[in-house]
Design a protein around this ligand. Sequence first.
Ligand SMILES: [Zn+2]
Length: 363
Amino acid sequence: MRATQVAFNQAASYCAQVAWDEGITNKNTLHHRVYGPTRLNFGLGAQLACCARDKAAEAVRAVRAAPEHRDRDTDTMMAKTCPTFRDDSSVRYDANSYTLKSRDRVSLNTLSGRVIGQLVLGDFQRAHLYDMSWSIGGAELFRRANIWYLGITQTKADPAPDEPTGWLGVDLGIVNLATDSEGETHTGADVERTRQWYMGRRAALQRVRTKSAKRRLKRLAGRQRRFQKDTNHRISKRLVEYAQRTARGIALEDLKGIRVRVRVRGPAQRARHSNWAFAQLRAFITYKAQRAGVRVVVVDPRYTSQRCSGCGHTERANRRTQAEFCCVVCGHAAPADYNAAINIERAAVNQPMVSTRTHPRAG
Ligand SMILES: [Zn+2]
């Protein structure tokens, strides 16, 4: 398998180089150009040769499509370079080049014929792999610390969303990462505490300009990202489950609204409102909702934070602080994000519904 891995990635690097040098973008054209040499020079069978070509073609396309980067030291645009693959990079198996067998076994194409591997499945993997409603696609084989892993892609169509009986407005914020229109808050307090701690550590490490400090910085950033991701998974799961249980759709603000509302002052503040974290939370809510058949609508964010949910009066002065809302006309007072969540829910109720379901007329 190691020999296959090396040959596969060298072949993929070769295919990428040809595609790069000759400006080939079309998979078919590339196939005719590299198929023979790939089989001859790297010893790959027909199927693995095609997989190496695909891996190369996709990598080349990704590099070409990526935005150009500026070199921070010389302040010039960096030239894009042809992608290459390390010998221990993953091996692509498309659906034709591996077979799942009974008793959790897998048969993989290698340089020396087929090899049977024993899969060690966790509960999650087993539940999905044997669930016939999920179709099985390609896979990536890779090795970490001398253990081989097979990453199998499975797909399933989203269920048709249920017709909601109402809406759950969700306001995304900083103090409370999410607040729904029932006043339930999904606090960001632990996230904020952890973030503060990471920031302190980061500043200390940045002052030390050694190689090991750099390495630790990188590890630190990874840990913070994982922590944030985990929090976003928990919050989105809870929101979607609640909406599903109460047969409602979820209403969110248009993404632009978040940036408008979160006024950023100074570098310390700026670091607080990491846009990717919000974008990720939104993305998690959206895909979990899709999977659960919960409809999601996006509403116009204008005035969501300034409008009084009691009387409708809209004025900036209603928003006393980041956290407090108090209407200057009717005196209605509420936590600012709860007030906003109610406005979001109303906006969803009022906007024309675009239904994907057709109702056949009686008679
Ligand atoms: Zn009011």
